[in-house]
Design a protein around this ligand. Structure first.
Ligand code: IPM
Ligand code: MG
Length: 353
């Protein structure tokens, strides 16, 4: 198996270093993998002028799976839009056709006190957000800033085709079948036609999954329900922009965005695996970042692209163990636990493994 490694910017290289140590350990246990690193995001702009160089795309396309840390930084925010690091990320998602973004929000019981909600509201929380990743207002045309009637207007287009909705709905229903068989589809059909179609198509697809209890929720209500009573949800499915927002919200229920991995899959199970957090420029280079979302992304990669469920669970158990042992990076630290840095957290995971 070939894995393309994209450390990116900010804390990216630091957390990826811990993932690479983990892969080395698994390799010496017999996992047959080869890795090849490439540039994406701001570091790629600095080196080549493009946030997604052709060479990177070739390596990513030839690989069985892609592991990505994070991109972006304030020094790139004033570049022309096509050179911004985020364009590299959106570009690789689109080029690999990884339309199905799985974002689990799982509360480790040891972290219940790190959540901003009361422990009894979040204890046992286990939600899977299925976010459509290659359509919606993120990619819709027309887009841009233009002059109209003597003033500037900003335009983006929310658009979904039936086939795009159908394929993500199938992914969500199948995921629900493997879990508690409850699917909540999130839209804004009271205002937006694009999401009326979303709801109609999800209902149609639902007829093929009579065992899944399907419900619908408007996105504003869903945002409220996530902090009111998050345990009512099993699987949630939604479009690209709503999924971006709701998954950050859901991550906080679990204590820290630094804990949550994600998988972005194409139709054949090839995937791009990345933490849902960003490049955290404020703590970059200080050895403080939480590497667990990155490490858990490796577990998701083993599960979905490398067909190694047992090894995926082994990594997840190791993470559970280090939390139980009391190791905490700053983002999940609470009084009484042991504050560690990125590398020490990596050490602890390797020891637990
Ligand atoms: C995410 C991020 C990205 C997104 C940004 C960095 C382009 O917020 O993966 O959730 O909006 O998809
Ligand atoms: Mg986001």
């Amino acid at each position: 198996m070939k894995i393309c490694i994209l450390p990116g910017d900010g804390i990216g290289p630091e957390i990826m270093a811990q993932a690479l140590r983990l892969l080395d350990a698994l390799r010496s246990d017999g996992l047959k993998i080869e890795t090849e690193s490439a540039l994406i995001g701001g570091c790629a702009v600095d080196a080549t002028g493009s946030p997604l160089p052709e060479a990177t795309l070739q390596i990513a396309k030839a690989a069985d799976a892609v592991l990505l840390a994070a991109v972006g930084g304030p020094q790139y925010d004033t570049l022309p839009r096509e050179q911004r690091p985020e364009r590299g990320l959106l570009g690789i998602r689109k080029a690999l056709n990884t339309f199905a973004n799985l974002r689990p929000a799982l509360l480790y019981e040891e972290l219940a006190s790190a959540s901003s909600l009361r422990p009894e509201i979040v204890a046992g929380l286990d939600i899977l957000i299925v976010r459509e990743l290659t359509g919606d207002i993120y990619f819709g045309e027309p887009r841009g800033i233009a002059m109209r009637h003597g003033e500037r207007v900003g335009v983006n287009t929310m658009i979904y085709s039936e086939s795009e909705i159908r394929r993500i709905a199938h992914v969500a229903f199948k995921a629900a079948m493997k879990r508690a068989r409850k699917l909540c589809s999130v839209d804004k059909m009271n205002v937006l036609e694009a999401t009326q179609l979303w709801r109609d198509v999800v209902i149609e697809v639902g007829k093929e999954y009579p065992d899944v209890e399907l419900s619908h929720m408007l996105v504003d209500n869903a945002a409220m329900q996530l902090v009111r009573n998050p345990k009512q949800f099993d699987v949630m499915v939604t479009g690209n922009m709503f999924g971006d927002i709701l998954s950050d919200e859901a991550s906080m229920l679990t204590g820290s965005i630094g804990m949550l991995p994600s998988a972005s899959l194409d139709e054949n199970g090839k995937g791009l695996y990345e933490p849902i957090h960003g490049s955290a420029p404020d703590i970059a280079g200080k050895g403080l970042a939480n590497p667990l979302a990155m490490i858990l992304s490796v577990a998701m990669m083993l599960r979905y692209s490398l067909n190694s469920e047992a090894t995926a669970q082994r990594i997840e158990r190791a993470v559970k163990r280090v939390l139980a042992q009391g190791y905490r990076t700053g983002d999940i630290w609470t009084p009484g636990s042991q504050r560690v840095g990125t590398k020490e957290m990596g050490d602890a995971v390797l020891a637990a493994l």
